[in-house]
Design a protein around this ligand. Structure first.
Ligand SMILES: [Zn+2]
Length: 208
C-alpha cells in the first residue's frame, strides 16, 4: 500500500502528520482498521469517529482509496451494506484496481445474509466480484474462503454440481497456501451467517 500522509487522527483529531499504516501516538487508534475483526472489537464511539473523519477526508480528497475502503469497511461493520457497496462501486467505476474493492463489494452485496437466500443473479454477481479480486491480487486466502462460502452455502446446499472452480473443500485447501488470520475468518463467517455446522467444517479444513 502506498504511503499516504494525512494530517489528523480519525479518532482523537490530533493534528499531526500520520503514516496511514501506523497508529496515533496520542490515542493509540489505528489510522485505518487492519481488518473487519479489528473493527468489530472497537467501541462504538471510535467507530463513529472513524466514519465521521473518513467522510470529511474523502470530501477533501475523493481519490484517497485506502480511506474510501476503510469507510466501506466501517459501513459493513455497521451493517449499512448499501452505503458500503455504493462507495466501492464508485471506486471500481473509476478504474480502481485494488482487489479489496471487489472483495468488499462481494461482501457488501451479500447484505449480511446467507448466500442460499439470495437470487442466483445476485450470487453470480458476488462470484464475479470475487473473481475480479482474485485476478487483481497477488494472493490472499480470504478470497478463496469467500468463494468457498458461496460454494458451500449455495451450490452445495442446493446440490448443484455444475459449478466452476471446484468444491468448497478444494477452495479451502487453496486458502491454506496463504497465511490465514483466524479472527478475521471467523468475523467474515459471522457476517455471512454461515451455519454453525458449516463453520466447524471450515475450521476443520483450514490450517488455523
Ligand atoms: Zn488519535
Amino acid at each position: 500500500m502506498a504511503k499516504i500522509i494525512v494530517n489528523t487522527c480519525p479518532n482523537c483529531g490530533a493534528n499531526l502528520p500520520i503514516d496511514i499504516n501506523q497508529v496515533c501516538e496520542f490515542c493509540g487508534t489505528a489510522y485505518i482498521p487492519k481488518n473487519l475483526a479489528a473493527l468489530a472489537k472497537m467501541d462504538s464511539q471510535t467507530k463513529h469517529n472513524y466514519i465521521t473523519s473518513y467522510k470529511e477526508k474523502l470530501e477533501d480528497n475523493k481519490g484517497n482509496i485506502p480511506i474510501a475502503i476503510s469507510l466501506a469497511m466501517c459501513h459493513i461493520d455497521a451493517q449499512n451494506y448499501e452505503f458500503s457497496f455504493d462507495i466501492l462501486k464508485k471506486l471500481a467505476e473509476n478504474d480502481c484496481t485494488d482487489p479489496n474493492v471487489f472483495y468488499y463489494m462481494a461482501l457488501a452485496m451479500l447484505e449480511g445474509k446467507k448466500p442460499r437466500v439470495l437470487h442466483i443473479d445476485k450470487v453470480r454477481k458476488v462470484e464475479s466480484y470475487l473473481n475480479s479480486a482474485q485476478v487483481l491480487s497477488s494472493g490472499t486466502g480470504l478470497y478463496y474462503i469467500m468463494q468457498a462460502v458461496i460454494k458451500r452455502d449455495y451450490y452445495e446446499y442446493y446440490l448443484f454440481n455444475m459449478h466452476q472452480g471446484g468444491s468448497s473443500k478444494l477452495l479451502l485447501e487453496k486458502a491454506n497456501n496463504f497465511q490465514l488470520d483466524v479472527e478475521e475468518i471467523h468475523q467474515i463467517l459471522k457476517i455471512v451467517k454461515l451455519d454453525e455446522s458449516d463453520r466447524s467444517y471450515f475450521d476443520s479444513l483450514l490450517a488455523i
